[in-house]
Design a protein around this ligand. Structure first.
Ligand SMILES: [Zn+2]
Length: 77
């Protein structure tokens, strides 16, 4: 699946990327909702580069023949 098709799967609105806040307002997609212990809801939004990167991770995990997906645990394997 190429970048264009991945991006088509998401709904894009202007916002701040959770990994690239220095970019300011950019096209972002909602990727997660966090419910802080203090209450309320915090939406996590990601820019196009981050969404493509996350999907690449998911694809690699799925191709791992049933191995569990461990975010951030793949380094050094
Ligand atoms: Zn980003």
């Amino acid at each position: 699946m190429d970048r264009h098709h991945i991006l088509e799967l998401y709904h894009w609105t202007s916002g701040t990327c959770f990994r690239h806040p220095a970019k300011g307002e950019v096209p972002t997609a909602h990727v997660k909702t966090i419910r802080p212990a203090a209450g309320g809801i915090q939406d996590i939004r990601a820019c196009t580069d981050c969404v493509v990167g996350m999907e690449a991770h998911r694809q690699a995990a799925a191709e791992g023949a049933g191995l569990p997906y461990r975010p951030g645990a793949g380094a050094g394997e």
